[in-house]
Design a protein around this ligand. Structure first.
Ligand SMILES: C[S@@+](CC[C@H](N)C(=O)[O-])C[C@H]1O[C@@H](n2cnc3c(N)ncnc32)[C@H](O)[C@@H]1O
Length: 342
């Protein structure tokens, strides 16, 4: 049986930490091989699992042994492997599945970018443009369509999980229309339209993203007659008029893009418009290791950052918005509820 030492000495803990890439790679391999999907409720032998996921048994045992040190899968006394609460989250069909997010956080471009973290820390700039000769989202959509699909699925997973929380928190009874800027595939807008049956909505995002909008929003979908899907670049223009705008997990890129997006929202909505910005914060979260890792990844890919409360407040007030409230949406997201002043 594989067990992790309960409290390793600092010298061993540091050794473990510098091998963090091995853990990430093992999770990625297990997710891509579909090991968690092949393993049912009963423990399975490595031979049966290997036959199910089409691998050699011996290296599969090594992979599972490495992961079970992190409580992802567990090895029984008889050498068979079983699920743990964490390994179940790698299943595609788990209601709280993190499979797409696990793949997104370990996509091939991340393995190109992490070795350049030192350079990014020196310069404060993204490394993707040096690596691929173009901005991150252009690279993703033009040169790495598989990664773009993984990204969209990962965003869908996390949006679905947070859309319910956003819809529950926000009282939009005073608004007759809402626009989600950079709204991905539209889960937040769909949840809000389901909550408010007479509200109209707009989903605005890059063309390749809105092409795959949630089926509820597309032609023939239950919400289609109340929704407009608008492709575009929010840094260039936001040709969408609404009473309330949602901007969720967008303002994490460079300051110029944030300033341009906020300027375009303010110009589109005009005085009195409600603007709700929703972000993970790095100074007020129950998950600092996750948030700070995402913060570094944002530096590498878009030269961006997760915000502190103060840095978000500075960006919003600097753009001319009045902040009415700052409230937690759930343990990892905060909503900055703002108004465009007269
Ligand atoms: C981190 S995701 C957040 C998606 C969604 N708001 C959510 O919270 O689930 C960032 C989104 O910004 C979109 N995006 C990136 N650059 C954009 C741009 N220039 N104009 C509009 N949307 C953009 C991406 O396509 C992606 O859907």
């Amino acid at each position: 049986m594989t067990t992790a030492s309960p409290a390793p000495a600092p010298s061993m803990r540091l050794r473990e930490l510098v091998f963090g890439a091995a853990c990430a790679a093992a999770l990625r391999a297990a997710a891509r091989l579909g090991v968690a999907d092949a393993l049912g409720d009963s423990p399975m032998s490595v031979e049966d699992l290997a036959a199910a996921v089409k691998t050699e048994p011996k290296p599969l045992r090594r992979l599972l042994r490495a992961l079970s040190c992190y409580d992802v899968f567990t090895e029984e006394e008889d050498g068979r492997f079983a699920h743990t609460d964490m390994s179940r989250l790698l299943r595609e069909d788990d209601p709280a599945s993190l499979r797409s997010i696990s793949l997104w956080c370990t996509e091939p471009w991340t393995w190109d970018a992490w070795p350049r973290l030192e350079e990014a820390v020196r310069t404060g700039r993204n490394v993707v443009e040096g690596l691929y000769g173009k901005e991150f989202f252009d690279y993703l959509h033009e040169d790495a369509p598989e990664s773009a699909d993984v990204f969209n699925r990962a965003m869908t997973t996390s949006s679905k999980q947070s859309a319910r929380d956003v819809a529950q928190l926000l009282d939009l009874s005073g608004s007759s229309s809402v626009a989600d800027i950079g709204g991905g595939q539209g889960h937040v807008v769909a949840s809000l339209l389901e909550k408010y049956p007479s509200m109209r909505g707009t989903l605005f995002d890059l063309p390749r993203v809105v092409e795959n909008a949630d089926p509820r929003l597309r032609e023939g979908g239950a919400l289609a007659d109340r929704v407009r899907i608008v492709p575009g670049d929010c840094r260039v223009a936001i040709p969408v008029r609404a009473d309330a705008y949602i901007i969720k997990n967008i303002l994490e890129w460079d300051d110029d893009s944030t300033a341009r997006t906020l300027r375009n929202v303010i110009a589109a909505g005009g005085p009195g418009t409600r603007v709700v910005v929703i972000e993970n914060l790095v100074d007020d979260t129950a998950s600092m290791r996750f948030s700070t890792a995402m913060d570094l990844l944002l530096l590498l890919n878009v030269g961006g950052a997760k915000h502190t409360t103060k840095s978000m407040v500075d960006r919003l007030t600097g753009a001319g918005l009045v902040i009415d409230t700052i409230r937690p949406v759930n343990p990892y997201l905060h909503a900055f509820d703002c108004t465009v002043p007269a």
